[in-house]
Design a protein around this ligand. Sequence first.
Ligand code: FE2
Length: 274
Amino acid sequence: MSDAMFEAHDISPRVGTRITISKADLTSGKYAGDIEELLKTRSALVFKELFLEDEEQLAFANTIGTVTLLGDDGVSKISLDPTVSDTADYTRGAFFWHIDGANDVYPAKATMLTAKTLSEWGGDTLIANTYAAYDDLPDADKELLSTLKVRHALEASQRMVHPDPSYAELQRWRTRPSQTHPLVWHHADSGLKSLVLGATAYYVHDMSREDSDALLCRVQEWATQDRFVYRHKWNVGDLLVWDNTGTMHRADTYSLESKRLMHRTTLEGEEALG
Ligand SMILES: [Fe+2]
């Protein structure tokens, strides 16, 4: 008799599912098809207190995609402490809603975090289902947004953390990739549509600065209403995975002195944003 176990319970109507599974079944890929399907339909998957080691996290990640190697072994330390992470400065940008890799043609397929050390306060992770947000838009807004194109750039997200950069810093940001994306992502495989917004959204093309700022603010407020958002309150050992192609996410504020540490693995994008 098998002792295999795979249980999935929806956390809220529109976003978030908790999965109960053994480490062995998770890393073997036995339920990889079910997990990929749930990732698409539920946006955020929670595995409570699974305590994956890095190699186990990589083994699981490889069952549902291709691990992105960012000058490391596929597991990045996410921390605000510059002695722990050499991208600590950019991590402050994660306090604002964003899509990982939104400045690329192929944004990451999915991102996963295992909690190693928690912040003393704050630090929840929030995931907004932008498929659901699009679905619920009034028809007039679907029409309005259907043709809009938005410039995404590191400069936009970094200005939220460093609103008064030096000219040298500004020029450094501008060496990084930037893209023009449709505000509405038409997913070729599923036929579904999601909203592409977040801190990297710099301006809407062919629109005044005032109108662009107002529109991006209004649509993002719509997309991040409670009914579209799952808020994860961490325990050490939790694994949180989200479908980066139909969501935005952010970290709730926590102390800049915090030793909060997440081990992150990202899956390579498989779908051009179009
Ligand atoms: Fe992120």
